[in-house]
Design a protein around this ligand. Structure first.
Ligand SMILES: *Cc1c(COP(=O)(O)O)cnc(C)c1O
Length: 356
């Protein structure tokens, strides 16, 4: 039997996204999707999309969307890169700007895709432990490095850092690129995009997946200096000339324009987050201060893995990570109020059953 071909297969440890189970009545609080639909104007634009135009290749750089994003932040479209979700954008960015011999630095507890990309691209990296309160210690990054990745607000903790913190990183590592992943930035209230005009070594990544309820459309973007954006574009052009469909570009432009819907959507999520945090604290949970659309919680009498399995058996999906320190916590996405009621009722039942 000829099976020598197997030795040529790649051996990888890929990122594992949250489960997508499909059963009726599922309460899905495990992948930080927005519980509300996208803007009605997006639904209208998709329904009225000129499908015959799909015959042609789209613009290779998503130019119309880059122009719209540039106008929103007052930067040139040449300072904007758009891609097929921010995961793809970040992967291209890692490949484009982390080419030194020194290690790239990011926290030990953060988005677990970062080490996957580093290993995939052969980028040396070192993780820096969060402090005892799950905060990022900025001074730990003040050392020779090949780049810094800051997820802000951080995942899975939900804790956000302010402008001074980001500027400290930029000033103390002027010879490396600092990538700020703002996947949850809209829920935290500020963006480092405004700093890209001042710091050429800053790249800010954002997505329409969470705050714009468009995880399925796959739209993410990067704002930074012309030179850094050109490098990321060159990487994209070594993989795929056309990452953005016309449909994604059109729908994204419409979504970004409907500011009123966006704000109302955001406020609903923030209100539910506030209420859920209070209710969980009243039940004895430790709830880290969240500036995201999820919360990170632990309970002294409820082992996180056991509670995770108990909820999963009742079709309530939350996220549990097996790593040191985080294994005591559950990450819970903010859903609609009714989802959170179902969750809280199940948690109360668990605490009654399993604790004395
Ligand atoms: C969700 C998420 C992303 C990726 O989002 P896309 O859907 O690929 O745009 C990137 N970074 C973090 C921290 C995330 O949570």
């Amino acid at each position: 039997m000829a099976d020598g071909w197997r030795k040529n297969l790649i051996d990888l440890e890929p990122y594992v996204p949250g489960e997508q189970r499909s059963v009726p009545g599922l309460v899905k609080l495990n992948t930080n999707e927005n519980p509300y639909p996208p803007s009605p104007q997006v639904l209208y634009a998709v329904r009225n999309f000129d499908a015959a135009s799909l015959r042609k290749y789209p613009n290779p750089t998503g130019e119309a969307l880059r122009t719209a994003i540039g106008a929103r932040y007052g930067v040139s479209p040449d300072c904007v890169f758009v891609g097929n979700g921010s995961d793809e954008v970040l992967a291209f960015a890692f490949r484009a700007v982390f080419n030194g011999s020194l290690p790239v630095l990011f926290p030990d507890i953060t988005y677990s895709f970062y080490p996957v990309w580093c290993r995939f691209f052969g980028i040396p990296f070192e993780t820096v432990p969060l402090d005892g309160d799950f905060r990022i210690a900025a001074y730990e990054y003040e050392r020779p490095n090949g780049g810094i990745v800051l997820c802000n607000p951080n995942a899975p903790t939900g804790i956000g850092e302010g402008q001074e913190f980001v500027e400290y990183l930029l000033k103390t590592s002027p010879d490396s690129v600092v990538i700020v992943d703002e996947a949850y930035g809209d829920f935290g209230g500020w963006s480092a995009v405004g700093l890209t005009g001042t710091y050429e070594n800053l790249l800010v990544c954002r997505t329409l997946s969470k705050s714009y309820s468009l995880a399925g459309l796959r739209v993410g973007y990067l704002v930074g200096s012309r030179e850094a954006i050109a490098a990321v574009t060159a990487v994209k052009d070594c993989v795929n000339s056309y990452t953005m469909s016309n449909l994604a570009v059109e729908a994204a432009i419409v979504a970004l324009k409907d500011e009123a819907y966006f704000q109302a959507n955001l406020e609903r999520v923030l209100r539910t987050r506030y209420q859920t945090m209070n209710r969980l604290r009243a039940l004895g949970f430790t709830v880290l201060d969240s500036q995201a659309n999820f919360i990170f919680v632990s309970h002294p009498d409820a082992p996180a893995q056991a509670l995770y399995e108990y909820l999963g058996a009742r079709n309530i999906l939350v996220r549990w990570f097996a790593g040191p320190r985080v294994r005591d916590f559950l990450r819970i996405s903010i859903g609609m109020d009714a989802d959170m009621e179902t969750l809280l009722a199940a948690i109360e039942a668990y605490l009654k059953e399993k604790t004395v």
